[in-house]
Write a protein that binds this ligand. Structure first.
Ligand code: PEP
Ligand code: MN
Length: 338
């Protein structure tokens, strides 16, 4: 249930409502909006119904939340959330781009990629130091050495760093180097890991599972938020279907569906979503038109030599041209909605 306080409710009245909820052993999540405070109540349904909070002073209404994910639902938080990653706002109206190689391969490769990503105007450098590969014989990543190169690239370019964490025990280590923790598709339902990043102070990028429904995905996000970390961004990266020409089927309807169901920002990864570099541009344009708050794009100084995901990585020239096009489209769309 969500308790919506009156815009004129005093701090004392809000405190009294929270006290009443805690007294019967229920938990609260407080959202201080621009105009009013919203109090989310989590716990036993019967106890919640017995509260009769609507009678308390300062309460405007009590709204039951029908979905089984609550904290990430739009019923709980009607305004769209903005996730601030060390000064870069995701969901605030400006398109955010995260670019970089699939994997950190070497110091030289990463620094070169970072300069290209920066020159194109992206805000984030991506790159996996821990790579969850389908085959145990494929390149598994440089691990901590890769994190060190990411930090060096950040110092050189000012780009924010987003990188994947695959193990709950490594969350603190990755958080020492990264501005944003990425949960990959293969770990979307690793609930132990979700809880661990939920206890981190770093924002989280939660990718959609390989075959996850939108509802399962939102439940995964709920695991993170339920631990107290509200800074979660969802990333559509394609799902497995019967189609084999593309690596995955990029589900752009998920952007609109998530915006309807949830307040969390949504970005799109057309690189993993299609597996083909020549489909990255049209799907990026479509994602921006569909209302995505950002894009994650694989870029490599020389895709033919990439240790992973070369076929879906843009070369520098195509990346520059894409950035020009997506920002032009994003600016145009803003003039249409004003
Ligand atoms: C990645 O972004 O590096 C990655 C492995 O993607 P996904 O988890 O979506 O497969
Ligand atoms: Mn990749």
């Amino acid at each position: 249930m969500v308790i919506v306080m009156n815009p004129t409710a005093t701090a004392e009245q809000i405190k009294r409502v929270i006290g009443r909820v805690h007294n019967v052993g229920l938990r609260t999540h407080i959202v201080e909006g621009e105009f009013r405070t919203i109090i989310g109540i989590i716990g036993d349904k019967k106890t919640i119904m017995s509260l009769a909070v609507e009678a308390l002073e300062g309460v405007e209404k009590a709204v039951p939340i029908s979905s089984s994910y609550k904290l990430v639902s739009r019923d709980f938080h009607p305004q769209s959330s903005v996730v601030d990653v060390d000064g870069v706002k995701i969901g605030g109206g400006a398109l955010v781009v995260m670019g970089g190689p699939c994997a950190v391969e070497s110091r030289e490769q990463l620094l070169e990629a970072a300069e290209i990503v920066k020159a194109g105007g992206a805000q984030f450098l991506r790159g996996g130091a821990y790579k969850p590969r389908t085959s145990p014989y494929a390149f598994q990543g440089l691990e901590e050495e890769g994190l060190v190169y990411l930090a060096e690239a950040k110092a050189a370019t000012g780009l924010k760093i987003v990188t994947e964490v695959t193990d709950a025990n490594a969350v603190d280590l990755v958080a020492n180097y990264a501005d944003m923790l990425q949960i990959g598709a293969r770990n979307m339902q690793n609930f132990h890991l979700l809880r661990a990043v939920g206890r981190s102070s770093k924002p989280v990028l939660l990718k959609r599972g390989l075959s996850a429904t939108i509802e399962e995905w939102l439940h995964a996000a709920e695991y993170i938020v339920n631990e107290g970390n509200y800074n979660v961004v969802l990333c559509e990266r394609g799902i497995r279907t019967y189609e084999e020409y593309t690596r995955n089927t990029l589900d752009l309807s998920a952007v609109g569906a998530l915006k309807h169901l949830s307040h969390l920002p949504v970005i799109v990864d057309p690189s993993h979503g299609t597996g083909k570099w020549h489909l990255v541009r049209p799907m990026s344009m479509a994602a921006v038109a569909a209302g995505a708050d950002g894009l994650m794009i694989e870029v490599h100084p020389n895709p033919a030599e990439a240790l992973s995901d070369g076929p879906q990585s843009l070369n520098p020239k195509n990346y520059m041209s894409l950035m020009n096009d997506v920002y032009k489209l994003s600016e145009f769309l803003k003039t249409q909605s004003e």
